[in-house]
Design a protein around this ligand. Structure first.
Ligand SMILES: [Zn+2]
Length: 431
């Protein structure tokens, strides 16, 4: 794998179209206009799958300079069980997770592995500095695995309430450290913690939705679907917390339009949120580019209630230029709200009809498809991509022994920044 040739691309901003090189982990347009995403403009306009292992077979459209070991890729197959149940003739499931019979080999059972393997292989001149990732759970698990197995220094910030999401088959490599915000804290508090760490010179932010490698890693779900189906689907179903996966899907769709071999469709984005925490549903309902105001208290209470904790980002890249609002506008998309009960029923139905267990967020996506069929929002013969963002965890845990990781430090909800910095530096033995 040593002979991997860096993918050729240039970065471009959505705010002003400025093109610039990916010199040092760029997350924003250097001209800094309005808040906007940047994206990778790949030299190769037509995607060719190659011989690289796992996710890296999509390297034409990943902003990377190397190939890491251990990755799995999304797998797309035509549904029979669920399709028949819903009366759909062209339902395709893109499965991210653990399902050996289908060739799905993501050992953390989540599509966050697509992000992590892409981000950790991105062009990077940060040397020995420590990458910082804040996560509600699944992202942390994926980054923990990738960095641990590939010796990449990493600080993970996770809310204590989601700590049970950090399970792995192998023990953590000491180059990966886990810290948490105390019980009652949410994803936003973990982000706050990560921001404090990133004020230190020895640390740099992974970047979340702003990281082109993260989005294009997630976009491989669409690369898998389109190259398997042979055309761009009509509809795209996914549950969203930050909406980054849906933005990535839209971006991948636009690349395929330029590719020219897969039709002229723009997939209608059908994204779902887990009620009662549905800020993007509320905003999109009245076509507002900004989220409607809600208090911190309201948010925390609602987050406690939802099954799919990974869908509870309070500050998603929704209104930012090139973000979810633009993606929904461009594709005439919809945001659907689904409660816990419907999500659970949908998960059991999927397990019965398709044969694998789902994580709660994927259950929300399946429920949103069921609702949309019921309400006649999709034609029975339309080509539908259902992005199953996580599955097979139950099975993986039944077949393998997994270890639940504990944080090295637990910080209060409103920590003293100086204290956080001191302790985190000590953790990595920086003077
Ligand atoms: Zn710009």
């Amino acid at each position: 794998m040593k002979d991997f040739k860096k993918t050729e691309y240039i970065l471009e901003s959505v705010c002003c179209g400025h093109q610039f090189e990916d010199k040092n982990w760029e997350l924003d347009c250097p001209k800094q206009g309005d808040p906007a995403l940047i994206f990778a403009n790949y030299k190769k306009k037509q995607l060719d799958l190659n011989e690289n292992p796992g996710l890296y077979k999509f390297s034409d459209w990943l902003p990377i300079e190397k190939v890491l070991k251990g990755s799995g890729a999304p797998v797309t197959y035509k549904s029979e069980g669920l399709a028949k149940h819903l009366g759909l003739s062209n339902l395709y499931i893109t499965f991210n997770g653990y399902w050996p019979e289908k060739g799905a080999a993501m050992q953390t059972a989540s599509f966050k592995e697509c992000e992590a393997y892409s981000v950790c292989a991105r062009t990077n001149s940060n040397g020995d500095r420590v990458m910082v990732v804040a996560s509600a759970g699944n992202t942390a698990r994926a980054f923990a695995r990738v960095c641990s197995e590939n010796n990449i220094p990493l600080l993970l910030c996770v809310p204590m309430d989601n700590i049970q999401a950090i399970w792995l088959e192998k023990p953590l490599n000491p180059c990966v450290k886990l810290v948490a915000s105390e019980e009652g804290a949410d994803y936003f508090d973990a982000i706050h913690l990560s921001n404090i760490a990133c004020e230190l010179d020895e640390f740099y932010p992974e970047g979340g939705a702003k990281n082109v490698a993260r989005r294009d890693g997630m976009g491989t779900t669409v690369l898998s679907a389109v190259t398997t189906i042979g055309q761009i689907p009509d509809y795209y179903f996914q549950a969203v917390g930050s909406g980054t996966g849906a933005i990535a899907a839209w971006e991948a769709n636009k690349r395929f339009l330029e590719d020219g071999r897969f039709g002229t469709n723009k997939m209608k984005l059908m994204v779902s949120q887990n009620a009662p925490f549905v800020p993007m549903y509320d905003a999109w309902k009245i076509k507002s580019r900004s989220l409607l105001p809600f208090t911190e208290e309201e948010a925390r209470d609602q987050v406690l209630e939802v099954d799919a904790k990974v869908l509870t980002n309070r500050k998603p890249p929704y209104g930012i230029k090139g973000g979810l609002f633009d993606a929904l506008t461009d594709t005439d998309g919809e945001v659907i709200k689904i409660d816990n009960e419907k999500g659970r029923i949908a998960s059991s139905l999927f397990e019965k009809l398709e044969g694998n267990d789902l994580d709660p967020a994927a259950g929300i996506a399946v429920a949103s498809l069921i609702e949309s069929v019921k309400e006649g929002k999709v034609e029975k013969d339309s080509v539908i991509m259902l992005n199953i963002t996580g599955g097979g965890a139950k099975r993986f845990k039944a077949e393998k022994e997994v270890r639940y990781e504990k944080p090295s430090i637990i910080f209060p909800v409103n920590p003293d920044p100086a204290d956080v910095k001191k302790k985190i530096k000590e953790l990595f033995k920086f003077e």
